[in-house]
Design a protein around this ligand. Structure first.
Ligand code: APR
Length: 255
């Protein structure tokens, strides 16, 4: 698999990166892989927890059937994720936020690494692993690193569950709608580190394409969406994203 070189970033992408006023970036687990976050798929295998495929333990059914088991899985993932640091890809995307008039970052990741890298406007389509939510009144609670996790809602006394979108659940109200609206307006859409099989997130590049945006994919492997893209950059996000920004002629700074 030929990884991308600086010179193979097309003039078209450079031009779009230089002139675009409105840019949408969609990220998946792959953008955090170089920070040590295990991806769910890619590389031919899927995550398993105590013999249960992750999409079983991470399901709405499991919350009803065995909430303590769900917490055990998320507590394990959270202790894995919270100490991790953003990588060059997260930092580059955080820089882009200041570069474009309209910049929207939509992530499927629940690891909070974009925010840790300095990204301010992040649409978290699938929630965040460092938050808990009341099963009844939906009040949200931060779960701070090294501190015990709150069990019950201080407001109504009901149990708290992970504030993460589980399989079989719909996305948080408004999150996808906001992302879709931005996809309809963007001139450049860059999709980084997602296998492109989980909807509705995977429909965002399709919406952007239908609205005339230039589409670029960054992934070391071909994905279910690769055929949709104007440009596929094969490589690791932490290596490729800085290349896009530093390609010759990129002088687009609106500040
Ligand atoms: N840079 C860029 N992409 C990478 C890297 C890297 N360093 N390493 C791996 N990848 C790619 C893989 O090739 C794969 O295509 O990242 C992708 C990760 O795919 P998934 O594991 O399927 O993750 P994602 O697409 O984010 O999953 C979507 O599914 O499991 C649910 O809710 C969960 O948000 C998740 C959703």
């Amino acid at each position: 698999m030929q990884t991308v070189q600086r010179q193979s970033i097309s003039d078209q992408l450079r031009h779009r990166f230089d002139t675009a006023k409105s840019v949408l970036v969609l990220t998946g687990a792959g953008v955090s892989a170089e920070s040590g976050v295990p991806t769910f798929r890619g590389g031919g295998n899927t995550a398993v927890w105590k013999g249960m495929p992750f999409d079983v333990i991470s399901s709405a059914k499991m919350v009803d059937r065995d909430l303590p088991a769900v917490w055990e899985w998320f507590d394990y993932r959270r202790t894995l994720l919270q100490p991790l640091e953003p990588n060059a890809a997260h930092r580059e995307i955080a820089r882009w936020e200041k570069r474009f008039q309209q910049f929207i970052l939509v992530t499927q990741n629940i690891d909070g690494l974009h925010q840790k890298a300095g990204s301010k406007s992040v649409i978290e389509l699938h929630g965040n692993i460092s938050r808990a939510r009341c099963v009844e009144c939906h009040a949200r609670y931060e779960i701070l690193a090294g501190e015990s996790r709150p069990e019950q809602c201080a407001g109504c006394g009901n149990w708290l569950r992970p504030d993460v979108v589980l399989f079989g659940e719909i996305l948080p109200p408004g999150a996808f709608e906001l992302a879709a609206k931005s996809a309809q307006k963007c001139e450049l859409c860059i999709v980084v580190g997602t296998s492109g099989i989980v909807y509705p997130a995977a429909s965002l590049p399709e919406i952007a394409k239908a609205a005339g945006a230039y589409l670029c994919e960054v992934n070391p492997e071909r994905t279910a969406l690769s055929g949709l893209f104007d440009e596929v950059l094969t490589g690791k996000a932490g290596e490729v994203l800085p290349m896009i920004a530093s390609a010759p002629d990129s002088t687009n700074t609106h500040s």
